[in-house]
Structures are given as C-alpha cells and as structure tokens.
Design a protein around this ligand. Sequence first.
Ligand code: G6P
Length: 476
Amino acid sequence: MHQAKVLIASNRGPVAFRLGDDGSLRMSRGGGGLVSGVSAATSDGAAVWVCAALNDGDRMAAARAPGGRLDLDGHDTGGAAVRMLPIDETTFRRAYNVVANSTLWYVNHTLFDTPRMPVFDARWSRYWQAYVDYNTAFADALAEEAADGAQVLVQDYHLFLVPALLRARRPDLRIGHFTHTPWAEPSYFSVLPDDIARSVLSGMLGADSVGFLSPRWAEAFVRCCVRLLGADAGGTTVHVAGRSTRVFVHALGVDGDELRERAAQPDVVARREALRHRAGDRRIIVRVDRTELSKNIVRGLHAYRELLRNWPEHRGNVVHVVLAYPSRHDLPDYRAYTAEVQRVAREIDDEFAGDGWAPLILEVNDDYPRSLAALQLADVLVVNPLRDGMNLVAKEGPVLSHDGLAIVLSREAGAADELAGDALLVNPYHVSGTAAAMHEALSLPRDERQRRSERMAVAATALPPRAWMRAQLDAL
Ligand code: G6P
C-alpha cells in the first residue's frame, strides 16, 4: 500500500454503504457539499480520504476492507482512495450526535436555549471522552497513511482535536484544518468548560494553518485564542506555546458549469414542469434548506404570513415553495423543529387558502432534482439563517435562475460577504423586516432583478470548490 502525499480527513466520506435485505452491500456517493468540494480537487488520484463509518452498512464495508482501504469498484471519488474507519457505534454516536452536533455545532451557531442547555455533567464528560477517542482513531489512521512530509487537510468541527494529535505522532507532516461553520465570539464560546474550550482551540492550533469561510469567523476564532489560551495574535498568525499557526479565509462558491449541466437533466425538467403546473402563473418565492435549527425556517414562514397580511395584493398571486429536507433526525430538537415547520405551514394554509389557491407548497422529503427545479423557477429566494458558515443555496440560486431572481438574505450568512451588494439583507430575527424585504423583492422591476441576479451569479461562481481546495493546499 502506497503512502499518500495528500490526505483529506472528514467525518462524512465520499461514498456510503447500505445493507440490503439479502445481506448485500450497496454503495452510493455520499452526500454533502464537502464531498463535491474535495472530489473536485483530488482528480489526480494521489490522495487518500479518511472518513468515518456512519452506519451498519459502512461499518461492515470498512471491516471487510483489506488494509483498511475500500474497494471502490469504479465509484467516482475524484480519484481518491478511501479509508473508512469502523469506529464502534456507541463511541461514534456520542462523538457525532452529542459532542459534535449538539455541543460544538450549537456553540458556533450560538443556538443554545441557555436556560436549559447546555449541561456539562459527569455524563457529558463520558461523551467528551468518546469525541477524544474518535479524533484519536482519525489521527492514528492518518499517521499510518501519510507519506513523509505529506499534506493533510482536516475538515470541520467533528475533527477539532486531530491536528494536535496528528502532529504529536507525525511532526514531519504539513497539517491544515478548515472549519465550515461560523465561529462564536469568546463571550459565547466560554459556555464550554475552560478545559474543553482550550482543548478545542489547542487541538486546532496543532495545524500549520486553519481556514474559515468568512473573515468574521476567522476573527472570532483569533479572539477566542487570545482570550482563552493567552495566545499572541499578529496579522494573520496566532502564536502560542512556541508554535505559530496561520489563520486564513477562503470563501466557497459553486461550479457553475457543473451545476447547470446537472440542472439540464430530464429529472429536473420533469420536476420543473410539475412545480410550474402546481404554482400556475403566480410568482414563486422559494427556500431550500436542510431542516437544521440554524436555518430559521419557522421565522421565514411567519414572515411570509406577515407578507400576506400586510400586502393583500400578493394573496392569490404568489406561492411559497418551501423545501425543508430531513437532517439529523436522531436528535429530538430536530424532529420537533420539523413538526413546528409543518404546523406553521398548516396555519398559513388555514388562514389564506381558497379560490383554488394554496399559498404554500411544503415538502419535507429529500429530492435534489426538485430543489434545482425550484431554484430555476424562483422569482424570490429566501435564505434567512440565524448564522451560517457560508450557505451555498444562496449561490446556487442565481446560477440556476431562468429569469433572474431576487434574494432575501440573512446578514448572518457567510454568503452575505459576497452577495450583500445585490441581495436584500435582513436581520434573521426580524420577522417584520423579512416580510418587508419579501415585498420589496417581489416589487423589484424585472430588469433590475435580472441585473442583480447576473452579478450575484458571477460572484457565486468566482471561487469554485477546486479553487477552495487549492487554497487549502497553498496555505500549507
Ligand atoms: C452542517 C454544517 C456543515 C457540516 C454538515 C455535516 O450543514 O454546517 O459544516 O459539514 O452539517 O452534515 P452531516 O449530515 O454530515 O452531519
């Protein structure tokens, strides 16, 4: 087995396995933006991608793999070999559900309902130990797979401890970490117990460079290092305990050609026709989100209700297409949130539907081609997260739009850095302000809307996944 010159580490890998009723394993391409980002840049085939087994099918495939690397059977992973780690289920569940998704992700999105959560007790300490073990399994596998002086790109909040653990094992490597979420200011980050907060920051500072999607998140990270680790920060470098780590910012956009090509396929065309048929010749307001608490879908629906109440001229003339896909349904908060989205949608329907008009089309099942079709048809796109590392839907919208769209965009999304000039920015907590922005978006003259949409499409495609990947390697 050849050791690799370039390695990628992420929780979710480029392929996934499902166990059939007959005991056979089926392989498919894994989900998520990270997968396309990374595979776009590893096409020379010299890379190894280390990821976790996420379910029983994955664990079985990983256990069967000779030397740990999967037999990919011609599946496209951008040319990378894949090493899937068969971490035991309890360790994985604790590390992924509790620590990564319910604690670290919540901290950096500032989502805690603080009168109740978080609670750091003896049980939580066991969960933290699982996160340490899970990160250690990655560090061990990377140390084994990496050639002398190799470059290692570690991704996201699941793997905050890996850079320092890996450096301790292999000081010869060039290690980068990239965070895809926002970062919290020190006042909020310190809800974490001090030792945990310090472990997270020093874990990351084991890297030679740490990357973020927006200057806002990078600056907050540096302030956390100064406040909680006593680090020195000058320019774009953080110094602590005799080591220096470069902090860099690189936004992530979409590959316009690839996206348009996918959207020209017959499955998208069929869904576009079906949606157009349901909406009639009415204006269409679209949103497309994973149903994550940060996406603020419920306030978005309240804003739509206020639009219909305050500007009656839109009643009967507009349809809101809400595509809210399932995410992390192992977590009770997420299930409750989906139920709330459905409840508020029903209320809006009860209040306004009539005369052959349904004000809302809500879908909660996953259908990628339908999302592309909706973005092609949208007159207005609503992207109102409470906080978002980047938000690629805001970038896909103007690229796919057939007739130019207006975007109502949260100022708390990383994408606002690039799209602020042409989107209608809102404070995501301000429901009335969001309703007014929806009205303004519907009222923009057509040529003005098209001009804005074209400029946003240019901005959205300026930094495709390949450039983002290259920036991570260059930062080393
Ligand atoms: C969210 C985060 C991303 C992360 C992704 C992982 O969208 O903001 O940074 O990569 O979740 O999702 P998963 O389905 O793998 O838990």
